[in-house]
Design a protein around this ligand. Structure first.
Ligand code: SF4
Length: 169
């Protein structure tokens, strides 16, 4: 394999902490949740502080992840970590495109607020591919266990246009 081919292949790898099929806590219905490594938000009280380091997890190609997604046949949620901080972001985009092309919806958890994402040009072609975005950091003082699919009341479930999503079931 020459260097160019090797580099392209490395670019398409995602660092996957876990693939959890059949979960009901990360969006409506049963879903396959994919935990991607890395997060700099470092929210006090984070539910998954072990996910913060970027250089961990199993390197997987989009094709390898798609094989698992198809086998389980559920819609998909990206979580982590912060999937929108995962690098290369292009690999995340390729994954989301492939999931959508296979007919599944994608929810995405992120520590960024929707307003912050609007200022990030690299997100412009990614956000519209999500069915819903659960936005914002976890804020311990706003923790509310009665909330569906969220940990604290500052977090919102939004459609890609920023309106509140009502797609809870
Ligand atoms: S954004 Fe999520 S993964 Fe990152 S520190 Fe906050 S709660 Fe944890």
């Amino acid at each position: 394999m020459n260097n160019a081919v090797s580099l392209i292949k490395m670019d398409t790898l995602l660092k996957v902490l876990q693939v959890v099929p059949g979960t009901s806590v990360d969006g409506p219905g049963l879903r396959t949740s994919i935990y991607l490594a890395g997060c700099t938000h470092r929210c006090p009280g984070c539910h998954n502080a072990l996910s913060w380091e970027f250089d961990q997890g199993t390197p997987m190609t989009v094709d390898e992840l798609m094989a698992q997604i198809r086998a389980h046949d559920f819609n998909v949620t990206l979580t982590g970590g912060d999937p929108l901080q995962h690098r290369p972001l292009e690999a995340v985009k390729q994954l989301v495109k492939a999931i959508r092309a296979a007919g599944y919806t994608v929810w995405c958890y992120t520590g960024y607020t929707f307003e912050q994402l609007q200022t990030m040009p690299e997100m412009a072609d990614l956000i519209p591919m999500f069915e819903a975005l659960v936005d914002g950091p976890f804020v311990e003082s706003l923790r509310d266990t009665s909330l569906i699919f969220r940990g604290s009341s500052n977090q919102r479930i939004l459609r890609p246009d920023g309106t509140e999503a009502d797609i809870y079931q």
